[in-house]
Design a protein around this ligand. Structure first.
Ligand code: TPP
Ligand code: SF4
Ligand code: MG
Length: 343
């Protein structure tokens, strides 16, 4: 085996395709009771689906954030598989380091040679802001099979809902409260996280978006990411009752509305080919209409200061993502005119 192309192997993980084919038995849960996340926390559901998809021969690493703190209260944890905490900006380096360590142990005969999944997760603070350099480096190390999942609750939630690069335009966060003089404190559009990694790392074989409201799609994407040789990246959008300020009953509905409105399209890029999945596929390739963004925004307290012009602005920006971008909701630029032909 050559040193430059050493893969720790991939597991034979069958795709589920349909929700009734997802493993149901309790023995197939590797993220179980023992956590203290809020009621209705979709990030916790992402952890559960991710662990279910990956199975028992997995090592999971997590950077600081809700999914570290709420999952590792002293003497209690939901993790059935080996789990390790890493520093807030280090999901990428923790994953590469763990894969490299497994490689060394197997090469030295200290471990049986077998495919072991290495998955690192991080929040949007850890995956879209503070950890970008470490994830970028990990996606360049094509000799290691790893999967990085950025669970995006659209704020630095664990430290009380501070704004992140993934927070949506206009949202009320502890750093951007609406005031009497300035109603909209947060004027940036959300970072385009998965596409940023896909476009910038052309040898990364698998990048996708997912949403726990579509569990079969999510599980299959985790399995595809783990099966593809080399590093993979998945970005999930996770409704967060505390940070988004809504009744936990609506978590699933909000996950659906994010996709149905076109705000968060589901897609996957495999070996540089991009395909939309689920409802997004029907919107892009078929004639399924996008829902208005209004219900999504009105269900959440973080947008309750919006007036008519704010709803209209938000909708117009979502429309631009679909009407003006060369790949709806994914690639924002187009080929410009040949400058030599301009007068
Ligand atoms: C280097 C560093 N800076 C700040 C902190 C404090 N801190 C702990 S968790 C956290 C929020 C992380 O946000 P995110 O990655 O989005 O995860 P979430 O809490 O939303 O799940 C912060 C700022 C830290 N642990 N390390
Ligand atoms: S604050 Fe949000 S992400 Fe954190 S545990 Fe609660 S619901 Fe989950
Ligand atoms: Mg977050």
């Amino acid at each position: 085996m050559s040193d430059s192309v050493y893969h720790i192997g991939t597991q034979d993980l069958p795709l589920t395709g349909r929700v009734n084919q997802i493993p149901k038995k309790a023995v197939e849960e590797y993220y179980t009771s023992g956590h203290r996340t809020c009621q209705g926390c979709e990030s916790a559901l992402i952890m559960r689906l991710m662990a279910k998809a990956a199975g028992p021969r997995s090592i999971i690493l997590g950077s600081t954030g809700c999914m570290y703190v709420a999952n590792t209260t002293y003497y209690s944890t939901p993790w059935v598989v080996p789990w390790m905490h890493t520093q807030l900006g280090s999901a990428g380096s923790a994953a590469t380091g763990t894969a490299a360590a497994l490689r060394a142990l197997m090469r030295k005969g200290k471990m049986k040679e077998e495919p072991i999944n290495v998955i690192a997760f991080c929040g949007d603070g850890g995956g879209a802001d503070m950890g970008v350099s470490s994830i970028s480096a990990a996606l360049m190390h094509t000799q290691y099979n790893i999967l990085i999942i950025c669970y995006d609750n659209e704020s630095y939630a664990n430290t009380d809902i501070q704004i992140s690069g993934a927070s949506p335009w206009g949202a009320n966060t502890t750093f951007t409260p609406p005031g009497k003089k300035i109603r909209i404190m947060h004027k940036n559009w959300k970072k385009n996280i998965a596409a940023m990694y896909a476009v910038g790392h052309t040898k990364c074989n698998y990048v996708a978006t997912a949403d726990a409201s579509y569990p079969a799609d999510m599980i299959d994407k985790v399995r595809k990411g783990l099966k593809e040789p080399g590093p993979s990246f998945i970005h999930t959008l996770d409704p967060c009752p505390k940070g988004w300020d809504y009744d936990p009953f609506y978590s699933h509905k909000l996950g659906e509305l994010a996709v149905e409105s076109g705000l968060f399209p589901l897609w996957e890029m495999t070996n540089n080919e991009l395909t939309y999945t689920g409802i997004s596929a029907r919107q892009v390739y078929g004639n399924r209409k996008r829902k208005s963004i209004r219900e999504y925004l009105e269900t959440q307290g973080r947008f309750h200061h919006f007036i008519e012009e704010d709803y209209e602005y938000f909708q117009s920006e979502v429309n631009k993502m679909w009407d003006n971008w060369s790949m709806p909701g994914v690639i924002p630029f187009k080929l410009g005119e040949d400058p030599s032909k301009k007068k």
